[in-house]
Design a protein around this ligand. Structure first.
Ligand SMILES: NC(=O)c1ccc[n+]([C@@H]2O[C@H](COP(=O)([O-])OP(=O)(O)OC[C@H]3O[C@@H](n4cnc5c(N)ncnc54)[C@H](OP(=O)(O)O)[C@@H]3O)[C@@H](O)[C@H]2O)c1
Length: 273
């Protein structure tokens, strides 16, 4: 059986749905499992029961400091070895993201995956088009961002879910492979044009100030993480393309611009201009 971790999250639930569409025998693991899923909380080691799992799709459990994220991934990989899992598929971060503030947890996890002794496949996921659109800030007369004219090789999350499902359904065909799953480069200017509004670039210092002073609910590690994404895009470090996504999917990738526009539209204030 295939088990997808983080199955209540966006990527995990879409991966599980894609596997079921393909007719694969798959279930989910989650801290908040729905019927038929296993309760799986990487912070609660007693919950890490992977018996009868042949292929583990390990969705990265981010949203914490590196030591906590790496510790979570180490615990679930230990359980995978103990319980006889035969292949692990890890959803990580695009190669171009090496300089991003949260890259280290992904690269450290890749080391753990390779050292586990289990057959593995690493999916180096590009940044979501949904994230790109969702990070635009609506102002009175348009949108603002710290991305400048930089482009992002953004990916629709569903394409990453489909890729994970394709690999998990036939893991032997992808053993020992690292796939760099990035899409077509898009800019905020293109998103703004589609939205029919102007885009204004703000400085990285102003962006960080807004994250620290005006964005309630952010955890301490998140402002530097988001600022690193902004400087990476702005200075052209995340616009490189690779053939792996379309190659795995066996079809052209979804249009990341349309996805980013939809995400930006979803945060548009109702009474806006
Ligand atoms: N490429 C990108 O642009 C991008 C953007 C944001 C995040 N990410 C990374 O990709 C992952 C999946 O993205 P997403 O869009 O699905 O994020 P999401 O919807 O916010 O979901 C967060 C995920 O983290 C899991 N998680 C958190 N703490 C966990 C724990 N203690 N034990 C087990 N699982 C835990 C959640 O699992 P349950 O709730 O089911 O337990 C859920 O799958 C994120 O966790 C993050 O590492 C990538």
């Amino acid at each position: 059986m295939i088990l997808v971790t983080g199955a209540s999250g966006n990527l995990g639930s879409a991966t599980l749905a894609a596997l079921r569409t393909r007719g694969a025998a798959a279930t989910g693991g989650s801290r908040t499992p729905r019927e038929g899923m296993r309760r799986l909380d990487f912070d609660d080691h007693v919950s890490l029961d992977l018996s009868e799992v042949s292929t583990l799709v390990l969705i990265s459990a981010g949203y914490a400091e590196d030591d906590q994220v790496v510790g979570r991934h180490a615990a679930v990989l230990d359980a995978a070895v103990r319980d006889g899992v035969r292949h692990v598929v890890y959803t990580g971060l695009t190669t171009a993201g090496d300089h991003l503030g949260f890259a280290l947890a992904h690269r450290a996890t890749e080391r753990l995956v390779r050292a586990s002794g289990l057959p593995w496949t690493i999916l180096r996921n590009g940044l979501y088009a949904e994230l790109f659109g969702g990070l635009l800030m609506w102002a009175e007369d348009g949108v603002e961002s710290a991305f400048g004219d930089g482009a992002l090789a953004a990916v629709a999350r569903k394409d990453l879910a489909d890729s994970a499902a394709i690999v998990a359904a036939d893991p032997a065909g992808h053993c020992g492979r690292v796939y760099d799953l990035v899409g077509t480069p898009i800019t905020v200017g293109q998103v703004a044009d589609r939205l029919g509004v102007p885009h204004r670039t703000i400085g990285l210092g102003e962006y960080r100030r807004r994250l620290l002073d005006e964005t309630p609910g952010l955890l301490p590690f998140q402002p530097p993480m988001l600022a690193s994404i902004a400087t990476g895009i702005r200075h052209g470090f995340l616009d490189g393309t690779a053939p792996d996504l379309a190659g795995l999917l066996g079809r052209p990738a979804r249009d990341p611009l349309a996805t980013a526009v939809a995400a930006a539209s979803a945060t548009r204030p109702e009474a806006s201009f």
